[in-house]
Design a protein around this ligand. Structure first.
Ligand code: PLP
Length: 323
């Protein structure tokens, strides 16, 4: 299989930049994981770097994954497979048939997209894996969204980058906010803080889809899986803050205010965000800071990517000029 040079060594630390003073009395910083240098970046690119290293140790010839074919995850995995000269097979729920930029990119990378009803996903994956093996192939399966220990590890590393930045700049972020979906990003950040013994700062996952009950459970399970035997001594329930107050009714839904915030941030900071994940979470964060009366703090928002989705929004004319 071919090498992807940028994944051969550890990713370089992504930049942390301060935003303008347009957002009240808190100082807002952004960690630019959207500019990770592979396939429009984002948290799926950071996670993919871990899977890449694992795949390189195997004799894989087909990378399989699950997800909507309009997802950032499927774009990155299909791109990675194409770059490595491997086949890519994506199992996609047939309920989601949106044709977005990511979908077109996935098609361009030559991935096979197999759709099935969402209730039949697990068996379709198992059958397909078995069929490849019978044909003498070596499939490597990556869970939807890059879920699992490699994905969690990617954000433990991101947490260490944040700590490095703080140390170098004699600085401390009181809060870290980010968009939370499958919860792997959050699990990694929380594991990072638990392993460092830092229980002072708050890491707030803004749910973009799941309700708080299930959302929290999944993040907690990912933390448990990653920490293994250390879970019982290290884990604290207060370290897991997952709010579903800004999900605007669920996955893909957003309000006019979210769209306005995206337009305003693009105009003021030159930073692009999408309506499904990052813009929704950033707007959620601003609302949270306001509602919780949080003032004069240092706040870090992790930009988790989704660049191609920004252009879907732009083409659909959803971003008004904003404030
Ligand atoms: C997938 C995704 C998320 C959510 O990350 P999880 O690790 O699944 O919680 C956030 N932002 C963007 C842009 C994504 O593509």
């Amino acid at each position: 299989m071919k090498e992807i040079p940028v994944f051969e060594k550890d990713l370089e630390r992504t930049c942390i930049q301060e935003l303008s003073d347009s957002y009240g009395t808190n100082r807002i910083f952004m960690k630019r994981d959207d500019v990770i240098p592979f396939s429009f970046g984002g948290n799926k690119a950071r996670k993919a770097a871990g899977f890449y290293r694992d795949i390189k140790r195997t004799d894989t010839d087909v990378i399989m994954t699950y997800g909507s074919n309009s997802s950032n995850h499927c774009r990155i995995i299909a791109n990675m497979a194409a770059g490595m000269g491997l086949s890519c097979h994506i199992i996609s729920p047939e309920e989601n048939r949106e044709l977005l930029n990511n979908t077109k990119l996935v098609q361009t990378f030559g991935a096979v997209i197999e759709t099935c009803p969402v209730t039949k996903v697990a068996e379709t994956i198992e059958n397909r894996k078995a069929a490849y093996r019978e044909a003498g192939k070596h499939p490597y399966f990556i869970q939807g969204g890059g879920h699992g220990n490699h994905g969690t590890e990617a954000y433990v590393r991101a947490y260490r980058e944040i700590e490095e930045f703080e140390k170098e700049n004699d600085f401390y972020f009181d809060y870290i906010f980010h968009a939370s979906g499958t919860g792997t990003t959050q699990a990694g950040l929380v594991c990072g803080s638990l392993l460092s013994g830092d229980v002072r700062r708050k890491i707030v996952g803004i749910s973009i889809a799941r309700e708080a009950g299930r959302g929290r459970d999944v993040v907690r399970e990912s933390i448990r899986e990653y920490l293994g035997g250390r879970f019982d001594t290290l884990y604290r329930e207060e370290s897991l803050i997952f709010t579903d107050a800004y999900r605007c009714g669920g996955y893909g839904h957003y309000t006019k205010e979210v769209a306005e915030t995206i337009g305003a941030v693009m105009k003021r900071e030159g930073i692009a965000m999408d309506t499904t994940y990052v813009g929704k979470a950033f707007h959620g964060m601003l609302t949270y800071l306001n509602e919780e009366k949080i003032r004069d703090k240092k706040i870090l928002f992790v930009h988790t990517g989704g660049g191609p989705l920004f252009f879907d929004g732009l083409a659909a004319g959803v971003f008004s000029a904003g404030r």
